[in-house]
Design a protein around this ligand. Structure first.
Ligand code: URA
Length: 260
């Protein structure tokens, strides 16, 4: 393997990516399939029932030879130079996602907003501050989890993602999930819920309900931006976060006392 420094040259990077992606068939949806069942009453398509869970346990995925670390870095490099859909023309920066690639818990939002587009980091604006508060309220830090979005680029004026944009971006999210192998994916809002599970039911109906998704579990809750407009819904979100802590086998921290 070449020294990774050679990837700093864009022409080397492109050549390396083309060779590696075709050799490793990175974008074939090998294990990740959308299927859901259980409490929601939505059944998995029959052809998917009984499929093996997602690849190997995390320790094996990030193995000593570094093979999947390379795969992660290639995935990131591919995302950062992506020109598949129209959003590449209006974005400032690609927002690949950030956090622990070994996380048990992954949050998936909709798409970067203005602050995220400027900084190249997910959930750093007002809604992001609230997400950080939610994570801290769970007794965790942002660095403990992985935070990503359905779309890696900002839609102009924060409009809703278009179907072809979601489809173009889907392999990035699928590969992130396949490599991270989180125990729980918290889907933030309707866009994330629908993209992850293909359900046509809404967040109000499904929030807080664990949805098995081959090898992992999706728990939907309200998007932090919704909470900024509807603070009363924070109580329901806290219930959903407690459900997640329970599924992860983590203790529920005592609520912080507000003095005065
Ligand atoms: N809203 C999202 O869905 N994602 C972000 O990264 C920021 C705001």
């Amino acid at each position: 393997m070449n020294d990774p420094g050679h990837l700093n040259d864009p022409s080397n990077l492109a050549r390396e990516l083309a060779a590696t992606l075709s050799a490793r068939a990175i974008y074939q949806p090998t294990h990740y399939r959308r299927a859901f069942s259980g409490e929601t009453g939505v059944s998995a398509p029959p052809e998917l029932v009984g499929e093996p869970p997602l690849g190997e346990p995390m320790a094996a995925v990030f193995n000593e030879s570094g093979t999947n670390t390379d795969r992660w870095e290639l995935l990131r490099a591919e995302a950062l130079s992506c020109q598949i859909c129209r959003l590449c023309e209006t974005r400032t920066q690609v927002v690949f996602g950030e956090g622990n690639p070994n996380a048990d818990l992954m949050f998936v939002g909709e798409a970067p907003g203005r602050d995220e587009d400027e900084q190249g980091r997910p959930f750093v604006g007002r809604a992001g501050k609230l997400l950080t508060d939610m994570i801290v309220g769970m007794g965790l830090k942002r660095e403990d989890v992985f935070i990503a979005n359905v779309l890696k680029c900002r839609p102009p004026k924060n409009r809703d993602p278009m179907r072809d944009e979601v489809e173009a971006c889907r392999p990035f999210l699928e590969q992130q999930i396949e490599l991270i192998r989180p125990k729980i994916i918290c889907a933030l809002g309707n866009h994330a819920l629908r993209r992850l599970t293909d359900t046509d039911q809404g967040i109000t109906k499904l929030r807080g309900k664990p949805i098995p998704l081959l090898g992992t579990t999706v728990v939907p809750t309200y998007h932090p931006a919704y909470l900024l407009r509807n603070p009363a819904a924070k109580r329901q979100v806290w219930e959903d976060l407690k459900t997640i802590l329970g599924l992860l086998g983590l203790p529920v921290p005592a609520p912080k006392r507000r003095d005065g």
